[in-house]
Write a protein that binds this ligand. Structure first.
Ligand code: URA
Length: 210
């Protein structure tokens, strides 16, 4: 199986991403742009959602019309930066269900350790989108997807803003069947685990913590 990587090259996304990358972009602008870009990425990531035809009545006539099939989508945000993407996706899909997964990196083992996990009990009929702006080492993303796959969702995708080639390789080594959607794949991951050229620390830029 060839792992799927979808780089969404829409001009509006690319333009907004460039403004987000600039170091002088303010917290308020960064947050707003991430929300806007997420909405546009969300449009692509949901492109293959199945539809069912239902009988409805317009003011003029009955007709068969398409509606989304099955249960509402579940968006799982990896804390804390996933919140920035969640916001835009919820504008697109206000009825989506939302889960949260908190992971920190153990300083000794460098492995992700879970400190929070809350998603709906039964997700067997739901499509899941896991979101985190930066697919850097890929460790958190892979751990998150593994955790959610254990609950047997209908299907699962990973959505980020930027990916490093190293992170994509790690992620797809563990989850070759999980498509990744991103606005760009950057050059490399530096020794501190930052994507280069990247945009810095996404969480700090969203929340203004630095
Ligand atoms: N997380 C970030 O916020 N930025 C990076 O470049 C890598 C991981």
């Amino acid at each position: 199986m060839t792992p799927e990587v979808h780089v969404i090259s829409h001009p509006l996304i690319q333009h907004k991403l460039t403004i987000m990358r600039r170091k002088e972009t303010s917290t308020a602008s960064f947050r707003r742009l991430l929300s806007e870009v997420s909405l546009l990425l969300g449009y692509e990531v949901t492109r293959d959602l199945p539809l069912v035809m239902e009988e409805i009545e317009t003011p003029l006539a009955p007709m068969q019309a398409p509606l989304l099939e099955g249960k509402k989508i579940l968006i799982v945000s990896i804390l804390r930066a996933g919140t920035g993407i969640l916001d835009g996706l919820l504008q697109l899909m206000p009825s989506a269900r939302v889960g949260h997964l908190g992971l920190y990196r153990d300083p000794a083992t460098l492995q992700p350790v879970e400190y929070y996990f809350k998603i709906p009990e039964d997700i067997t009929e739901r499509a899941v989108i896991v979101v985190d702006p930066m697919l850097a080492t890929g460790h958190s993303a892979a751990a998150a997807v593994e955790r959610i796959k254990a609950r047997k969702p209908r299907n699962i995708k990973f959505l980020c803003l930027l990916a490093a080639p190293e992170g994509l390789a790690y992620f797809h080594k563990h989850h070759p069947d999980t498509p990744v959607y991103t606005a760009a794949v950057d050059e490399y991951l530096n020794d501190h685990g930052y994507i280069v050229p990247g945009l810095g620390d996404a969480g700090d830029r969203i929340f203004g913590t630095k």
